[in-house]
Each structure stands twice: as structure tokens, then as C-alpha cells.
Design a protein around this ligand. Structure first.
Ligand SMILES: [Zn+2]
Length: 411
């Protein structure tokens, strides 16, 4: 590499809702006299979700993917559940919004695995929330639209693949979970699902099925090595063992989880049981996958009042902890969204003299624990340079369009 630049494998963001970029910084105030929580945040997020046109979704997604590219992310798993028009009627092409998101990723130049999300209901015994009509479809429609997406040859290519997802045990009843899983197994696709993010989700699942979400998935045979449990925070040691035994992957999203007050993922238990932990930017509260990587460790330090919690044996090299966390941000993410992990043509370069990393004892440790985006100089995907000297060629236009969108949405 020229001068002071070192080359590192591209980061893989395994869980994203690109459109949520429009609410960054817009939910950080009290909404009423009750305590604010994940659930009050969700109502605010729905307010934005119900107003976006296909073009808006393209603009918001392109902004999110631009920021990902600038931060060294070369591939994203997009957990896509916005399907219909604002009143719930499908578009003429029922995959139109999925295609907008795919187009946004390919225009920025990053790889995307579009995880089309099934969403059937508001919850067990819960009335439909009118703000969810853009997400909801029957299982038959869902499977038909997945077929259409998979067979669209003009869409899929070097940068684009697809997978399936069930939104959560709350939003998808067991019969549909099974069908979506069967589809994934039959077509060898990755299958993702939000699992055990909030205590209320776990208690509703126990009320409906007499089992926690992970126990339900385990006993129904829905856990396997193509399955990714997103969040997986509210879990018992037994649930961690089930995930481990099945070879399932976990996707942690600590920058979002701290923003939403979700709790702390027990990464120590997962690491101890050999579970593959990947990372996601989720709500886009921040887009900085190495911050997610270091928070896996830092949240546990705060909780346990200890240091270097996730390091392997003390006798291993000084970079062992950083190497573990870096794996979460790279190869583990690739496994989650079914990318080849040997994409040597996906990488970024880092300026070792950038103030955020200069003078590190061990360079990888310096990068994992200290790197700021200013140190990222070039980003290459599939052999093509998409960020050069810290700038994307379409950056100005993408930001301008996004500013216009924000003005339209919020003023
Ligand atoms: Zn999510």
C-alpha cells in the first residue's frame, strides 16, 4: 500500500434498516409524561415509515449506504419490511420498495443481501396498529413475492443477493415462521429474525407458546447454521446453549441497543460457547461498525466493572481481543448474510498516521479500539474503488438529495 496506508478486509454490516436514517437525532426528547422506551421510539419511527415514497426510500437508503461506504463497510444485510403504499395497498410491482433499496446500494457500490421480511400481525392478541399496514402481508403473498424477487435476473448479480426473514415472534405466528424457514432451507438462503430484544417480547411469547423465543425456535427445529438471531439480548444460559448447539449466528447491534435502552448482549456467554457473533448498524443511530465491535466489550466492562472481558486466554497475543472483535465486524457478518468471506477484492485502507490511530503499540488493537472515520481513505468493493481519499464520487449529490428529503419530511 502506498505511503502510510494499510489494507484491511471490508467490514460487513449484517443488520440494517436503511430508511431509519431519516430519524437520526430526531427521537432524543421526551414524548409524554410516561417513561420513554423502545416502544415510544417505535411509534416515532412508524411516523416516518408511513410517509416515505419510493423515491424517498431510495434517497434515504443511498444516504445510509454512503455513510456505510465511508466507514469501511463493503457489504450490508438489509432487513427490509417496508413493502406497500401508505394505506397498505401493494404497489403494482409488490417488490418496488425492495428494488429501490437494492438500487441505492448498487449505486453507492456496496454489496447487499436483501433480506425480505415477513410481517403478519401486530402481536399475539393485539389489534392491528394502522401504522403497520405497509409491512403486513399473508404468508402466501410473502412467498410468491420472494419467488418473484429471486427470479428477477436483472436484479441479482455480483453485488446483490437475497435472503428471507421473519420480523419477530411477535409479528409472525408459528405456522408462518415454519414456512419461511422451509423456504430458506429449500433454497439455501440465509434467514434472519429479531429475537429477544425486549423483555415484553419474551413475556408475550411465553404467554402465547409457553416458551421463550429461543426455546420456541429450538423446539420447533428452526435454529440452524443459516439462521441469524438479531439482538438475542434477553436470553438465559440455556438459550445460549441452544443457539450454540444449532450453529446459529447472533447479530449484535450495540450502538442501536444502547440508544434504545435494550440492554447488554451477553457476548461473554456467546464467546464461551463458540457462537458466531456478527454486528449490525440496525437503526442507524450511528454507522460505525468498529464502534459496535468495541461496545461488545465495553458494555460488559461497565456491567461487570472489569476489563478485557472478551479476551481469550491470558497467554495469547496482545492483539487477540482486537482480532476477535474484528472478526465480528468482518467474517462473522459475511457468514450471517451468506457472502463468501474470501472477497479479497473488498477492502478499505487506513492511514496509520491519522491522529485517531497514530502511535499504536499493536496496529489492529489501535484500529479496533481507536479508529475514527477520518483514518479511512479508500474503500474498494468487487475490485472497484468507491471511496477515494475519504470521499465518494457522488457524495455531494447524495447529501444534497437527503437534505431535501429531510426538509420535505419534517418541515
Ligand atoms: Zn432491527
Amino acid at each position: 500500500m502506498n505511503g502510510n496506508r494499510v489494507r484491511l478486509p471490508g467490514l460487513v454490516n449484517a443488520h440494517s434498516h436503511a430508511f431509519q436514517r431519516v430519524i437520526r437525532g430526531r427521537t432524543e426528547y421526551r414524548t409524554g409524561d410516561t417513561r420513554d422506551s423502545f416502544w415510544t421510539w417505535r411509534e416515532m419511527m412508524y411516523r416516518a415509515a408511513t410517509r416515505l415514497t419510493p423515491e424517498d426510500i431510495y434517497d434515504a437508503s443511498r444516504m445510509a449506504f454512503l455513510e456505510m461506504a465511508l466507514s469501511g463497510i463493503t457489504a450490508v444485510g438489509e432487513f427490509h419490511y417496508l413493502h406497500h403504499t401508505a394505506d397498505g395497498t401493494p404497489y403494482e410491482d409488490p417488490n418496488q420498495l425492495a428494488k429501490q433499496v437494492i438500487q441505492a446500494a448498487t449505486d453507492v457500490g456496496i454489496r447487499i443481501t436483501l433480506l425480505r421480511v415477513g410481517y403478519a400481525r401486530a402481536g399475539f392478541g393485539v389489534d392491528l396498529n394502522p401504522r403497520q399496514v405497509r409491512f403486513i402481508e399473508t404468508i402466501d403473498d410473502y412467498l410468491k413475492r420472494m419467488d418473484q424477487l429471486r427470479s428477477d435476473a436483472s436484479l441479482l448479480g455480483d453485488l446483490v443477493t437475497v435472503g428471507v426473514a421473519s420480523h419477530s415472534v411477535r409479528a409472525v405466528p408459528l405456522n408462518d415462521l415454519k414456512q419461511i424457514n422451509e423456504y430458506a432451507v429449500q433454497h439455501r438462503l440465509p434467514v434472519h429474525m429479531h429475537v429477544a430484544e425486549q423483555p415484553a417480547e419474551v413475556s408475550a411469547c411465553i404467554e402465547e407458546y409457553g416458551r421463550s423465543p429461543v426455546a420456541l425456535l429450538a423446539t420447533e427445529g428452526l435454529l440452524h447454521d443459516r439462521f441469524t438471531a438479531v439482538h438475542a439480548i434477553q436470553v438465559t444460559p440455556k438459550a445460549v446453549a441452544s443457539l450454540s448447539d444449532s450453529g446459529a449466528i447472533v447479530c449484535a447491534c450495540p450502538t442501536t441497543e444502547r440508544n434504545l435502552g435494550d440492554g447488554v448482549i451477553p457476548a461473554d456467554m456467546y464467546f464461551e460457547r463458540g457462537v458466531t457473533v456478527s454486528l449490525g448498524s440496525d437503526s442507524q443511530a450511528q454507522i460505525d461498525l468498529l464502534e459496535d465491535a468495541r461496545e461488545l466489550e465495553y458494555h460488559l466492562r461497565l456491567q461487570k466493572m472489569e476489563r478485557v472481558v472478551l479476551a481469550p486466554e491470558a497467554k495469547e497475543s496482545r492483539s487477540a481481543l482486537a482480532a476477535r472483535l474484528f472478526e465480528c465486524a468482518t467474517v462473522n457478518g459475511a457468514a450471517s448474510i451468506a457472502l463468501r468471506s474470501d472477497h479479497a477484492e473488498d477492502y478499505f485502507t487506513c492511514d496509520v498516521n491519522d491522529p485517531s490511530v497514530a502511535g499504536a503499540d499493536d496496529l489492529l488493537t489501535g484500529i479496533v479500539f481507536g479508529l475514527s472515520r477520518t483514518a479511512i481513505r479508500d474503500v474498494v468493493v468487487n475490485g472497484r474503488t468507491i471511496v477515494s481519499d475519504g470521499t465518494h464520487k457522488d457524495q455531494e449529490e447524495i447529501v444534497t438529495r437527503f437534505l431535501q428529503l429531510q426538509k420535505k419530511l419534517w418541515s
